[in-house]
Design a protein. Structure first.
Length: 99
């Protein structure tokens, strides 16, 4: 990971805004794949796959540590994101089957 050396407050803020835009785009992309998952599953219980959620959390916590980030911060962000995306996937599942 290469970080640009900024020469002003404005330049640093511009880079943060650029990254925020990318982060939101990546979350939207992730959510689009989550919605696709709903078409491969047979039940709502299958959507709420605790083992898979645990695997994802462990993986991103490890990655956070590698990058010098707080694993607790990443854990909290992912728990919140996964909860919302599970809801999105359940809605997609129900819509696909006209529940």
């Amino acid at each position: 990971m290469e970080i640009k050396k900024c020469n002003s407050l404005e330049e640093a803020r511009k880079e943060i805004d650029r990254l925020d835009d990318r982060i939101v785009e990546l979350i939207a992309e992730r959510n689009a794949y989550i919605k696709q998952l709903a078409h491969f599953k047979n039940s709502i219980d299958e959507i709420k796959a605790d083992e898979r959620i645990e695997d994802v959390i462990n993986r991103v916590r490890s990655r956070a540590i590698e990058l010098g980030l707080s694993p607790n911060l990443i854990n909290d962000l992912y728990i919140r994101m996964i909860d919302a995306m599970v809801d999105s996937e359940v809605a997609e599942f129900k819509n696909a089957r006209n529940f």
